[in-house]
Design a protein around this ligand. Structure first.
Ligand code: C5P
Length: 313
């Protein structure tokens, strides 16, 4: 039986701006996304039966079709019934290293890896664009997780435009293990508070979306200016998550106390991160935050920017 092992990296948002509400009730976003080395490992194996079987050692990860990785396999089964009949079902094993429900797209990355892996198992020969279109049907972050690196994401987050890759930037991530923030809650709360600011004209929505391409952060990325990138970090969802989650806001303040390039919450949280210009600076932040917050529920990671998404090993 054929098998593949894939690596699915986590992402952080360098920029997350909410510019409006869409007819499908999702938000129109302008984001700059970045993959990091912290990653899950996914094993895929063809089965002689027509089952989809999911394994994961993490107690909080569901093993049924509420898991996006499972739904990715179901989607491939529905889209390619002949290949499914020829090659059989699939056994998926998730080795989780990315904290779950963290704003790091761990679940989306797992689904992205299942799409990429089944394409190989079933010898479908899909392009990256084909896989991203399928991924968009599973979740807004899945298309980015497939290509990874540094990219602008617009629309729901599924329209990806690659940027030059960034090297030598380190990241310290912090998340309370038992703290979760619901993404739908964060967006709905934001909508209730800020809907009056949303532009209503489709042309001004498009303008806002195009402005990012010539904006200061993209210029800093093209110039590989890590200091400027750190200064320009931005996330609209902080406006609703930080006031309601004092632990996140205290963690963010603690991260900011130590020399770093910039500090921000990722996605809808609750992960907070600081950028650092060297491994030494990142390690110093890690140790200082660890010394200041002794709560064993706090998980900290040192990682660095990486220039790719899902890959086969
Ligand atoms: O696309 P995904 O399933 O990952 O989105 C999770 C939730 O986040 C959605 O149900 C929605 O509440 C919110 N969301 C949004 N606008 C986006 C992306 C996500 O409102 N562009």
């Amino acid at each position: 039986m054929k098998s593949y092992t894939l690596i699915a990296p986590a992402k952080i948002n360098l920029h997350l701006e909410i510019i409006g509400i869409r007819p499908d009730n999702y938000h129109e976003l302008v984001m700059i996304m970045q993959t990091v080395d912290l990653a899950d490992r996914i094993e895929l194996r063809s089965l002689s039966t027509d089952d989809i079987i999911l394994h994961c050692g993490h107690p909080d990860v569901p093993l049924d079709n509420t898991n996006l990785a499972y739904r990715a396999a179901e989607l491939m089964q529905a889209e390619f019934p002949q290949a499914f009949a020829k090659y059989g079902g699939v056994e998926i094993t998730l080795h989780k290293h990315i904290p779950i429900a963290a704003g790091l797209a761990g679940g989306s990355g797992n689904a992205a890896a299942v799409l990429v892996g089944i394409d190989l198992l079933w010898e479908l020969g899909l392009t990256q664009g084909d896989l991203q279109k399928l991924g968009a049907r599973l979740g807004s972050d899945v298309p980015f997780c497939i290509s990874g690196g540094t990219a602008i994401a617009t629309g729901r987050g599924e329209l990806i435009s690659s940027l030059p890759s960034l090297e030598g930037i380190y990241v310290v991530l912090g998340k309370y293990r038992s703290l979760e923030v619901s993404t739908p809650w964060a967006y709905t709360t934001y909508r209730h508070q800020f809907e009056h600011d949303y532009p209503t004209e489709p042309t001004s929505l498009a303008d806002r979306s195009h402005r990012i391409h010539s904006g200061a952060l993209v210029k800093a990325i093209v110039a590989q200016d890590a200091v400027k990138i750190g200064e320009l970090l931005y996330n609209d969802l902080e406006k609703v998550v930080l006031p309601d989650y004092p632990l996140v806001s205290q963690l963010r303040a603690e991260f900011q106390r130590h020399p770093n390039l910039g500090t921000m919450m990722s996605g809808s949280g609750p992960t907070v991160f600081s950028l650092a210009n060297s491994r030494e600076q990142a390690d110093a932040i890690y140790h200082q935050v660890r010394a200041a917050i002794t709560d064993p529920d706090l998980e900290l990671f040192v990682t660095q920017f990486c220039d790719r998404g899902v890959r086969v090993v």
